[in-house]
Design a protein around this ligand. Structure first.
Ligand code: GDP
Length: 362
């Protein structure tokens, strides 16, 4: 599965966010293959298209696709020195594919701030410094190792070492690698190092209910994100925690009163999805209508492999109907009649919203 780690200083609202995310959650019984640890939440992707498809197909079950959020509590200054729990936090972050960095952008005299004042820039720098220092450690070890190999004339080692030499001072300044200006080729070469500060990152600006506009804290987060090409999602975690406790009807009323189109959590989940360059395709049968996640650019066999590896191994063809055609033409038969039903081969690149039926050999 795809996952996103939630990091941030203590008392910024991480657990509030995590709890809200998991409360909005689906029945874990539907996902028997996932072991769920206390700090891992399986969160359904909000997608109105599922309801549209279900209205046409009238299936027994409707299953959204999901994303995992991992609560990585306790990252504090000094973590990169590897003392005590520091190592464990960094190891947890290493296992995630993207990072949601929660930043406190609210005043509340009852909630103590670890550094005694709300200062988003200092908070962000504290966390980024720990992650950068962890990466610096990785870089310095690699440079040592590659120096020997490069002396033997190994071209790959020479090329990789050249990149590491270039990024080393940046990390030593405590800056994240996402702002160093690496091109796609260089990123590919560095992939196996699993650098923390190269993971796609979004800042979750945790604001008060009235803190979405004219909030200098939020402006600071936006400024920093712009420098780093990172995304900002402003959200009031406290409200989200309250919304997550409501049943569907109460929730609709509450959102209406607040003038909100959807829970702010939906924006967080979607931002995480976009961060990982993910898209959705659907399977639509009378038993179930279901959403599945694939990387943008995935081919039809790769998409089949998300359902089952046998589907990928034995892939023959994919029957594909674009989402808009499927809905406008009232389903599979309508799409067939209108010539919008396609048979695609193994080179086919899946598009967001495709409704697919795979043909395969067993
Ligand atoms: P964590 O240590 O980062 O996991 O922080 P928590 O989620 O435990 O939140 C710390 C405290 O801040 C709790 O008392 C929350 O109720 C409070 N809190 C979280 N989000 C908000 C918010 O948006 N506004 C206000 N005023 N308080 C919040």
């Amino acid at each position: 599965g795809f996952n996103c780690g939630i990091v941030g200083l203590p008392n910024v609202g991480k657990s509030t966010l995590f709890n809200a995310l998991t409360k909005s959650g689906i029945d874990a019984e539907n996902f028997p293959f996932c072991t769920i640890e206390p700090n891992v939440g399986i969160v359904p992707m909000p997608d109105p298209r599922l309801d549209k498809l279900a209205a046409i197909v009238k299936p027994q079950k409707v299953l959204p696709t999901t994303m995992e959020f991992v609560d990585i509590a306790g990252l504090v200054a000094g973590a990169s020195k590897g003392e005590g729990l520091g190592n464990k936090f960094l190891a947890n972050i290493r296992e995630t594919q993207a990072i949601a960095h929660v930043v406190r952008c609210f005043d509340n005299d009852n909630v103590i701030h670890v550094a005694n004042e709300v200062d988003p820039r200092a908070d962000i720098e504290t966390i980024n410094l720990e992650l950068a220092l962890a990466d610096l450690d990785t870089v310095e070890r690699a440079i040592q190792r590659l120096t020997k190999i490069a002396k033997g004339g190994d071209k790959d080692a020479i090329a990789t070492k050249a990149i590491l030499d270039r990024i080393q001072p940046h990390l030593a300044e405590g800056l994240p690698l996402r702002s160093v200006g690496l091109d796609d080729d260089e990123k590919k070469q560095l992939k196996s190092f699993g650098f923390l500060t190269l993971k796609p990152t979004m800042y979750i600006a945790n604001v008060n209910e009235d803190g979405f506009d004219d909030n200098p804290y939020l402006d600071v987060v936006r400024e920093i994100a712009a420098e780093e090409n990172a995304v900002v999602v402003p959200v009031c975690n406290q409200i989200e925690a309250e919304i997550a406790e409501l049943d569907d009807e109460e929730r609709a009323m509450f959102l209406d009163e607040m003038g909100m189109q959807e829970p702010g959590l939906d924006r967080v989940i979607r931002a995480g999805y976009a961060l990982l360059d993910l898209q959705t395709y659907f399977t639509a049968g009378v038993k179930e209508v279901r959403a599945w996640t694939v990387k943008v650019g995935a081919t039809a066999p790769e998409a089949a492999g998300v359902i089952h590896t046998d589907f990928q191994k034995g892939f023959i063809r994919a029957e594909v109907i674009g989402y808009d055609d499927y809905v406008e033409l009232g389903g599979e038969q309508g799409a067939k009649d209108a010539g919008k039903w396609r048979l695609e081969g193994k080179e086919y690149v899946v598009k967001d919203g495709d409704v697919i039926h795979f043909r395969f050999n067993v």
